[in-house]
Design a protein around this ligand. Structure first.
Ligand code: SF4
Length: 375
């Protein structure tokens, strides 16, 4: 398997280029018919922050052209919070004191039924790293159960082998989400204090393994606030480009998670403010025109509403970051992190409609794939 891996030292060169960007370079980048890494570096530069209005307009135009006026909705479902990992920024790290649990079969069915009744068709199943309590077989069984109910099942879990990804695909998994967190190998080592996630290379290569195994989508991202957002975004862009070249039929999505308050109290080392995040989203949209861009309930309502349709095309809604809780309506402080948009499905959809956007619960890629399989 050829690997589509970005080099961290390359990102330094492009970051320098980004710093030297002139206003003229920004205009050229924005109107480029085939924008690549050079144009992306220009659009995330300090010079481009003065052109943010123009970038927003261009991003909106491109989004409308490629995605229409739709926002696809998904919901995360934490099935286990057991984890042997020591990620400094995570409320589920093994040194945090919180009740550990995983969903049993009946609880999982109850959660799935509640989400289905709320209208969802697209669910993201989450676990920590592999443990005895929640290992591959447990995840495999959960995917298999969820696939009987939902149209699209993706997982955000530990990195796996090609065979494991293939086994998940066989029972109905459509894709994975796996953020690299940071592409800076030294910082990565520091932040991942112990546990299997310490293996930087294995994580870096996991999206390629998932696509090689036949999964249809990979969700990529960096955790904004850990490292220099310019260098990390350049590496992310390279990673995405490499995967799209290698697996041209694959669907790649990009998320923009910012660090939220969590048990453990990790504070961002490099704040990414709203304006900088908006600039990043616009730059990705302008340069990767047909890639779905995702914004979760980590962000507060005002920012989410502003970004919907202005680059962002996929959003989570009514999320809980605790294990269970959808069917019991139990609210706890022991989630992976604290969400900032607590609106329910109805309220959020209403806001989208007022903006002239149509919430979509079905993953149409999956519909087309099913049609192909049937013919
Ligand atoms: S980020 Fe994932 S692997 Fe790391 S501590 Fe949290 S749940 Fe575990």
């Amino acid at each position: 398997m050829v690997s589509a891996i970005p080099s961290w030292s390359d990102s330094a060169q492009y970051a320098k280029l980004s710093k030297r960007t002139s206003p003229g370079d920004v205009t050229t980048a924005m109107s480029s018919s085939e924008p690549g890494l050079h144009e992306f570096a220009a659009l995330i530069s300090p010079a481009a922050s003065n052109s943010i209005e123009a970038m927003a307009q261009r991003a909106q135009q491109i989004t409308g052209h490629h995605f229409g006026k739709t926002i696809s909705l998904y919901v995360p479902l934490y099935i286990s919070n057991h984890c042997p990992g020591g990620c400094s920024y995570c409320g589920f790290a093994s040194d945090r004191e919180l009740p550990r649990r995983k969903l049993g079969e009946q609880e999982l069915d109850a959660e799935l039924a509640t989400l289905k009744n709320a209208g969802f068709e697209d669910v993201l199943l989450l676990t920590g790293e592999r443990t005895e309590e929640a290992d591959f077989d447990y995840l495999h069984a959960a995917v298999s159960r969820a696939a009987k109910v939902f149209h699209s099942i993706t997982v955000e879990s530990f990195s796996m082998t090609v065979d494991e990804y293939r086994n998940l695909a066989d029972v109905g998994c459509t894709g994975i989400t796996l953020y690299q967190e940071t592409y800076d190998p030294e910082l990565y080592r520091e932040l991942h204090r112990w546990g299997p996630k310490q293996d930087f290379s294995s994580r870096l290569e996991a999206p390629a393994r998932a696509l090689a195994a036949g999964l249809r989508t990979v969700g990529m991202g960096v955790l904004l606030g850990l490292a220099d957002p310019v260098r990390d975004s350049i590496s992310l862009f390279q990673h995405v480009e490499g995967l799209r070249r290698q697996y041209w039929q694959a669907g790649v999505t990009i998320s923009f998670p910012r660090i939220c308050s969590q048990l453990g109290g990790y504070a961002p080392a490099q704040e990414v403010d709203d304006r900088s995040l908006a600039q990043l989203i616009f730059a990705f949209r302008i340069c990767l025109k047909d890639v779905p861009l995702v914004l979760s309930t980590r962000e507060r309502p005002g920012f989410r509403d502003g970004m919907a349709g202005l680059g962002i095309t996929r959003m989570s809604v009514a999320s809980r970051t605790t294990v269970g809780g959808y069917h019991t309506k139990r609210k706890e402080d022991s989630g992976q992190f604290k969400i900032n948009d607590e609106r329910d499905v109805e309220a959020f959809c209403e806001t989208l409609r007022k903006k002239g956007l149509e919430p979509v619960f079905k993953n149409w890629d999956a519909v087309f794939h099913d049609a192909e399989v049937l013919t």
